[in-house]
Design a protein around this ligand. Structure first.
Ligand SMILES: Cc1ncc(COP(=O)(O)O)c(C=O)c1O
Length: 398
């Protein structure tokens, strides 16, 4: 790439984003693992469960039957129908298959929704702490992130009042993720309804990331799609990754107003095209088949959360808001900054990895400087071992 003149190589937009912090920590952990180091790995946000048998069988059957060709860009009619039927049954929403696009993972649904809605200079409201990719995806589109601080004392819960205070004439969209990655916070059904109604009345779009909607532990679950009269300004972003332990399959979807779904499909037609054909068949088995697996996994996540929180109580100086969903805890580590040469959450995460062989993600990636994120989608033994290592490490700091 050497040039005689100073030719600019990269477009501005690629300079507006960073490598996903979770992926960076995963790479560092993988390197240690390949060297034979035994890690307590709370880094990557993915279920430790295997994909249920009937879902795998559906994919194998599709391949055996040579269902291996291009499909409609937005997904075969059967998958779009299956998704909207599942959503209607679980959340009393009212989408038609034309209001659904099937995507290569929930992340692509989010990316495409932001690309088709957010223009240069548009403001997008984003509660803090936020999932790493939200910020970068907004910035890649040229949007301006408007962070909304939440209170740790209130378990990082987002309220309608907080959102309303951040709205300006330039607000184009609000991104909500409930239950939240990284905090596990859940927006109450009342606040969710108030936010959706507020946005609808101001003609602002709510992009509702429902990747963890089935991992809501409160027992009181609503979707952004439940408020049918506000549908015009709601885009639901869904994923099969966490619900059905299908992270590697890359299966996600968006539900929203027909013109927005059509625009997202148009964008998809010029980039990834259809999601892998056999994945679509497997996804039909996932959303239309028995749902017991979802409930069983949820029960285990609740046990794992409680086990982690109990374990944290044995670590002096570590405090932790109680997560109400997803599979993350977001403890506060500020009492350790300054001890044993620790300068920041990033520094602590690096030292936990190299010295205690515990993988965590530093809070800076999620917009807060005094936290670390642990994914407890691991076995109960790993939780015990990881908490023990953390306790010993923190005690060694004096
Ligand atoms: C909040 C949130 N949204 C979306 C995703 C994307 O999931 P996928 O692209 O695997 O469907 C993730 C994955 O970690 C997530 O945490």
């Amino acid at each position: 790439m050497s040039t005689a003149t100073a030719t600019k190589v990269f477009a501005d937009r690629i300079g507006r984003i960073e490598v996903s912090a979770t992926m960076a920590i995963t790479a560092a952990a993988l390197k240690l693992k390949s060297e034979g180091v035994n890690l307590a790995d709370f880094g990557a946000g993915e279920p430790h469960f295997s994909t249920p048998r009937h879902i795998k069988d559906a994919a194998i059957d599709a391949i055996e039957k040579n269902f291996t060709r291009y499909t409609n860009v937005a997904g075969i009619p059967e998958i779009r129908k299956a998704i909207v039927e599942r959503h209607t049954a679980d959340f009393d929403s009212a989408y038609t298959p034309e209001e659904c696009v099937f995507t290569t993972g929930g992340k692509l649904a989010l990316f495409n929704a932001v690309q088709v809605l957010v223009d240069h200079g548009d403001e997008v409201i984003l509660p803090v702490p936020y999932w790493v990719s939200f910020k970068d995806i907004i910035q890649y589109a040229g949007g301006v992130v408007v962070p909304v601080e939440t209170s740790e004392a209130e378990n990082f819960r987002v309220t309608a009042k907080m959102i309303e205070a951040a709205i300006t004439p330039k607000t184009k969209a609000i991104i909500l993720n409930t239950p939240s990655n990284p905090s596990g916070a859940v927006v109450s059904p009342e606040d969710l309804e108030a936010i959706v109604r507020l946005a609808h009345s101001r003609e602002i779009f709510v992009l509702l990331d429902e990747c963890y909607v089935y991992l809501n532990f409160t027992g009181n679950i609503v979707s952004g799609g439940s408020f049918k009269d506000c549908k015009e300004h709601v885009v639901v972003l869904g994923s099969l990754s966490k619900t059905y332990a299908m992270t590697g399959w890359r299966a996600g979807f968006a539900l929203g107003p027909k013109p927005i779904i059509a625009a997202m499909s148009k964008l998809q037609s010029q980039s990834t095209s259809n999601t892998a054909s056999m994945v679509q068949r497997a996804s039909i088995a996932a959303v239309s088949g028995p749902q017991e697996c979802v409930a069983e996994m949820r029960v285990d996540y609740i046990k794992l959360r409680d086990q982690v929180l109990e374990g944290f109580k044995t670590i002096p100086g570590l405090t932790c808001a109680v997560p109400e969903g997803a599979f993350y805890v977001y403890p506060n580590i500020k009492s350790f900054i300054g001890k044993g040469g620790i300068t920041s959450a990033t520094d602590l995460a690096a030292k936990l990895l190299s010295e205690a062989h515990v993988v965590v993600v530093p809070g800076e990636a999620f917009g807060t400087a005094e936290h670390i994120r642990l994914s407890y989608a691991v076995s109960h033994d790993v939780v015990d071992e990881g908490v023990k290592r953390m306790r010993e490490y923190f005690a060694s700091l004096g």
